[in-house]
Design a protein around this ligand. Structure first.
Ligand SMILES: [Zn+2]
Ligand SMILES: [Zn+2]
Length: 244
């Protein structure tokens, strides 16, 4: 079977700490942002997408300033801000609807009453998802489908997966959703259960060593277990702006 890039990327990432899919997703986002700032910033289609999204989600917006291309960032935010300003300049006050139905709705659920300036609010809202999120999700989908397709069988990913720190909870759910048959399910689950069993034991060991009677025992492989568990439950820690 012809191996794709995703296969080798996954195999390499499985030799490193953390969920391999999370790691490759972070890498893909970094590359995409770099490309956006250095190469696509003058592409009118890309600029249109960013304008439609009203910029980026909070996480990816702050990742933009990590790469050091301040000109790219300036060009992008100038474009989006100019567009938002145009929307404000064309706007006129629009009172809340005052018909009977609206009054009835407000009586039933005050928070669901139709707001004033509904049309402007709809225009200010993102008209498309964050373009970096879209790229990240596409990457993730390709990786997960490669993982479940190539997990078992000759020279599959199973051995590398067994030696890895396993998937995070989010990516395990995605892998389960794409698992084609019971053989892949059994392989995936047995590796994942074994890895998490070990992690739970390490967490218990951390708690035990907090006891004053055992506090002087040397630290072992349980070091960092709580950070590993947080990354499994909530995704990897992504460094944003450095101090300053
Ligand atoms: Zn993950
Ligand atoms: Zn995003």
């Amino acid at each position: 079977m012809g191996r794709t890039m995703s296969f080798y990327d996954l195999r390499d990432a499985m030799a490193l700490p953390g969920c391999p899919v999370c790691r490759l997703k972070v890498d893909a986002v970094r590359r995409h942002i770099d490309n956006l700032l250095w190469e696509s910033v003058n592409d009118s289609g890309v600029r249109y997408e960013i304008r439609q999204a009203r910029g980026f989600c909070q996480q990816h917006a702050w990742q933009l300033v990590e790469t050091g291309s301040s000109l790219g960032v300036v060009i992008i935010v100038h474009d989006v801000m100019q567009h938002i300003l145009e929307l404000l300049e064309m706007a006129k006050f629009q009172p809340p609807p005052s018909n009977l139905r609206q009054r009835a709705r407000r009586a039933l659920a005050p928070s669901r009453a139709a707001p004033a300036n509904a049309d402007l609010l709809a225009e200010l809202r993102p008209q498309a998802p964050c373009p970096v999120c879209v790229h990240a999700e596409t990457t993730e989908q390709v990786l997960i489908s490669t993982l479940v397709k190539e997990l078992i069988g000759e020279d599959g990913l199973l051995a590398a997966f067994q030696a890895s720190e396993g998937l995070c909870l989010h990516h395990l759910q995605q892998a389960l959703a794409q698992t084609p048959d019971a053989a892949v399910f059994d392989a995936l689950m047995s590796v994942q259960r074994e890895i998490w069993q070990r992690l739970v034991e390490q967490l218990a060991e951390l708690i035990r060593k907090e006891d004053y009677r055992f506090r002087n025992e040397p630290r072992g492989e349980e070091t960092g277990a709580s950070l590993r568990a947080l990354a499994i439950l909530s995704g990897p820690r992504i460094s944003t702006v450095e101090a300053g």
